[in-house]
Design a protein around this ligand. Structure first.
Ligand SMILES: [Zn+2]
Ligand SMILES: [Zn+2]
Length: 915
């Protein structure tokens, strides 16, 4: 039975939906709220918190197909992509999930039923594995073994044992874990690539390509508390994962993933664009596969809001596009072509992933712009790298200095991965540590912030434990008030009376802290906003209640672990003790300024779409008390007129005094009502919405966890400070509101007043006065130039007396004071008109730099004297270089004092080089 890729995906989802599973959409490739992960790399990423028990979902059974990307870290297939027929950067993972619902009997039974009954795979080709502990701490998974033997048609000999390495799954060194049962498919003896190796036996989890894993059912049943201690979990879960591309290749009976209808059309389109024959395609199959894989990955990345850039995720996007572009050179594709391949990706995948067609224009424009950008430096990069390779070979070295590789990236845009690819083709390597060192230095020098904050693992552990201890303590107490539960409510009053639950100093929980100690504390009810959604952290003060015994200055609010809201700061005086009654106060002025800027970004978003169109999508923002920074996708710079319009729209919305409504509702409801969600953000089933609206209509409606003013009038006023490019297709606006806007305007007015008083006029007259002065200046400059030209002409006429005859040629080399390029040129022309056979070299000093011009008459060019070569030679004396046409050339230099010496060399050069 033939099924298209789309039909395979749909039949998987339907099969489990019919068995009570909720169909959950794929999460974004950018993991929400998980800063430890660059990209979503498995189906379970969006359910991680459910397994950890810190998040609940309204369903207990789920099914999905998840977009995944593996390009860095432990699971990294980049180097093998294209070399074989099975590896990818981007891939899809099909999964069915039970959260404390069904278990092994159903999971295994359904896997078997789907594979053999629905998809019609031959039972004899299927193998299964179950867990038998090779370390002796855990019982064998007898239950799975029994269930497998009951499956109709299952061959008992095809049931295989596996140990910790292949058949036990854990998320980390501690936490939820359990045995798993893998299903493998036998491609038959001809698929064995090790047939000729003496003694080789084809095996499950063996070395050859004959029997390969297609599906893994994980049974989460333990909580690991130490290397050898496992506690049974009260709720047991099922987590399964099946490689989509591989199962499609099996069902379609084709030789490898790149032959499926998921990827083959991309290879076909590439072949069409390259105009190659089937034989040529086969000879260059690695390039074809890399292009298909990378363009597909980039298409999905861009549609999830990741555009090419220099750091983090954006670097990865840039790297895969450029890597595809460089492989395209191997098949003579040098013009931008990826948009056309991406169009096939969108066509093929839009049913399952509607975000692709919604972002079609953005995807195609971004790919083309990045290809064009890379094309500018690609050839120079190849040449430079080739020089490095020669040099390495000359000196018998095998590894390129990482700093040179970084220079190649910084100046010619060669990502490390491309440099590595090219070096490997010559049997060489690149020293990667040096590359990253140089990158780190460059990053620290060029940016103020970190992109991926590494929260120390120990810190996370400490606060997880403190959270558990506090929760236990609270449960033990008589519930007599709302204070029996800890909470995070940054949206209400800016001061609160509550309890100090935990003090941590140097990663150690303590009873009491001392003056000047750096502390991290947890309070019963935290009102400090934790950095998120672009808005920066609150600061403030925590003090004893009543005030006076002790005080802590709070510099940052953070959330190192689930439910663990932590305030970091310093003890100013006194001895804070665990359990103390406290007063917590947020720095109100700072917070209010931040709120004005945050609500301001929502208005700016509205104004941008109103003035520039719906194509504008927010890509990120930073909101602090001083200013807002707003990044958005837009193909080119914004005109001054449009910037003023945008500023006008925002200020009008402020003056119109719109109400700002903050409401919690379900994600479905908010989306149905038209709320804007951001790229790559992860939202729970309950979301906070910010709606700016009244009876006149709705101005803005966004999902947002930030703090906002109650009425737009509180923003005061709004000024755009700058508009700039962050990367191809990504623009940035910086703006100010409230008192920040006042200070900005005040400063500008002061500057204008100073200018006016300097010009001895009024501010309103300052511009016309400046224009008049500018015209006067221009006039004076013209007169001066005319005078200089006259002087130069005069001195040239005198110098004509110095024309000598050298080897029968009229020759003049002279210093002309106060000349410029144009006058030297016109003097050289005069010389050539006067002498039918001659050489002239003139020098002058412009802006304290030497400048020379040489001219040669046509008859002498034929005799081997070229102005370009001549000037190159004599300019060396003034520490410069130059060149040009054989009849006229110019050169610059560094040392004007050497000009006379340089001019003296002309005679000798002419004598030597004239044939
Ligand atoms: Zn084999
Ligand atoms: Zn917001």
């Amino acid at each position: 039975m033939y099924l298209s890729g789309n039909q395979v995906r749909q039949s998987f989802i339907n099969f489990f939906a019919e068995r009570g599973h909720t169909v959950v959409p794929s999460a974004s490739l950018v993991p929400g709220g998980d800063s430890t992960l660059l990209f979503t790399n498995a189906g379970m990423v969006q359910f991680k918190d459910v397994f950890l028990g810190t998040e609940t979902r309204p369903y207990t059974r789920a099914v999905n197909s998840q977009k995944c990307l593996r390009v860095s870290g432990k699971h990294n297939d980049l180097d093998t992509v294209g070399r074989d027929n099975t590896h990818h950067t981007f891939f899809e993972m099909l999964g069915n999930w039970s959260f404390g619902d069904y278990y092994k009997k159903e999971a295994i039974g359904w896997s078997w039923e789907l594979l053999t009954k629905v998809w019609g795979l031959e039972p004899g080709r299927l193998y299964a594995t179950y867990f038998v502990d090779d370390q002796g701490d855990l019982p064998a998974d007898e239950e799975s073994r029994q269930v497998w033997l009951l499956q109709p048609g299952f061959v008992p000999e095809n049931l295989v044992q596996g140990g910790r390495k292949d058949n036990f799954w854990e998320m980390a060194e501690t936490g939820p874990c359990g045995p798993c049962s893998e299903i493998h498919y036998d491609f038959g003896p001809e698929a064995c690539n090790l047939k000729d190796v003496p003694g080789h036996v084809c095996e499950v989890n063996g070395d050859c390509g004959r029997i390969v894993e297609i599906w893994n059912d994980v049974f989460i049943q333990y909580n690991r508390t130490s290397p050898t201690e496992f506690q049974p979990l009260p709720k047991r879960h099922v987590d399964t994962g099946m490689g989509f591309e591989r199962i499609v290749s099996i069902i379609q009976g084709v030789n490898g993933n790149y032959e499926t209808d998921l990827l083959k059309p991309l290879l076909d389109e590439t072949q069409r664009l390259a105009g190659q024959t089937t034989e040529e395609r086969q000879a260059n199959i690695t390039a074809y596969r890399v292009i298909a894989d990378h363009v597909r990955a980039a298409t999905f990345l861009i549609s999830d809001g990741v555009i090419p850039g220099n750091v983090g995720r954006n670097y990865v996007c840039r790297m895969i596009i450029r890597r595809a572009a460089r492989f395209a050179r191997n098949i003579n594709l040098s013009e931008p072509f990826m948009a056309k391949v991406a169009a096939r990706v969108i066509e093929n995948y839009q049913l399952a992933y509607p975000e692709l067609s919604a972002n079609r224009e953005l995807i195609e424009d971004t790919l083309t712009a990045e290809e064009q950008r890379f094309a500018e430096t690609l050839d120079s990069g190849f040449v430079q790298l080739q020089e490095y390779i020669e040099e390495l070979k000359t000196y018998g070295q095998t590894s390129l200095d990482g700093r040179r590789a970084f220079d190649l990236y910084a100046t010619l845009g060669f990502p490390l991965e491309i440099t590595r690819d090219i070096l490997e083709e010559s049997g060489l390597q690149v020293e990667e540590a040096g590359f990253f060192e140089a990158m780190e230095e460059h990053r620290l020098a060029s940016s103020r912030g970190h992109y991926f904050d590494d929260i120390h693992q120990d810190t996370i552990e400490v606060f997880k434990q403190e959270r558990e201890r506090i929760n236990k303590d609270l449960k033990g107490q008589v519930v007599n008030s709302s204070q029996a539960e800890s909470s995070y409510v940054p949206y209400g009053a800016l001061s609160k009376e509550t309890i100090l639950d935990s003090i941590v100093v140097d990663n150690q929980p303590v009873e009491q802290a001392y003056p000047n100690a750096s502390v991290a504390i947890m309070v019963r009810e935290s009102i400090f906003y934790v950095e998120g959604g672009g808005q920066i952290t609150d600061t403030g003060v925590v003090s004893s209640n009543p005030k006076g015994s002790w005080e802590i200055r709070i510099d940052q609010a953070s959330k190192p672990a689930s439910d663990a809201y932590v305030l970091n700061g310093k003890v100013i005086f006194g001895h804070p003790r665990r359990g103390d009654a406290i007063i917590i106060e947020v720095d109100a002025e700072r917070r209010l300024a931040t709120m004005r800027n945050h609500t301001g970004t929502h208005l700016l978003h509205t104004a941008l779409r109103q003035v520039l169109g719906d194509k504008v999508h927010q890509s990120g923002s930073v909101v602090d008390p001083e200013r807002m920074r707003f990044d958005f996708n837009y193909p080119h710079a914004i005109s001054k007129t449009d910037l003023l319009k945008i500023e006008d729209v925002v200020n009008q919305l402020i003056a119109d005094e719109y109400q700002v409504h903050k409401t919690i509702k379900t994600l479905e409801q908010a989306k149905a009502e038209g709320a804007t969600a951001l790229f790559g953000e992860k939202y729970g089933s309950q979301v906070r919405t910010i709606e700016i609206a009244d009876q006149r209509g709705r101005v803005s409606y966004e999902l947002c966890g930030g703090t906002h003013v109650d009425n737009t009038a509180q923003i005061g006023s709004f000024y755009i400070l700058s508009e700039s490019s962050v990367a191809a297709g990504l623009r940035r606006i910086e703006a100010v509101t409230g008192l920040g806007a006042y200070h900005y305007a005040r400063e500008r007015i002061n500057q204008l007043n100073q200018i006016a008083s300097f010009l001895q006029t009024s501010p309103t007259e300052a511009l016309s006065k400046t224009e008049a002065l500018e015209a006067e200046l221009k006039q004076n400059r013209r007169e001066l130039e005319r005078a200089h030209a006259e002087v130069a002409n005069l001195s040239f006429k005198q110098k004509l007396d110095e024309v000598r005859e050298v080897s029968g040629v009229s020759l003049l080399s002279a210093l002309i004071p106060n000349a410029d390029v144009d006058s030297l040129r016109s003097l050289a022309d005069q010389f050539r008109q006067k002498y039918t056979s001659g050489v002239v070299v003139l020098g002058t000093v412009v802006n304290e730099k030497p400048l020379m011009i040489a001219a040669v008459t046509p008859d002498l060019i034929k005799r081997g004297l070229k102005a370009g070569d001549l000037i190159k030679k004599v300019a060396q004396v003034v520490g410069g270089g130059g060149g040009g046409r054989p009849d006229m050339a110019q050169a610059g230099g560094k040392d004007p004092s050497k000009l006379p010496e340089a001019l003296k060399q002309v005679d000798a050069y002419v004598i030597e080089n004239l044939n």
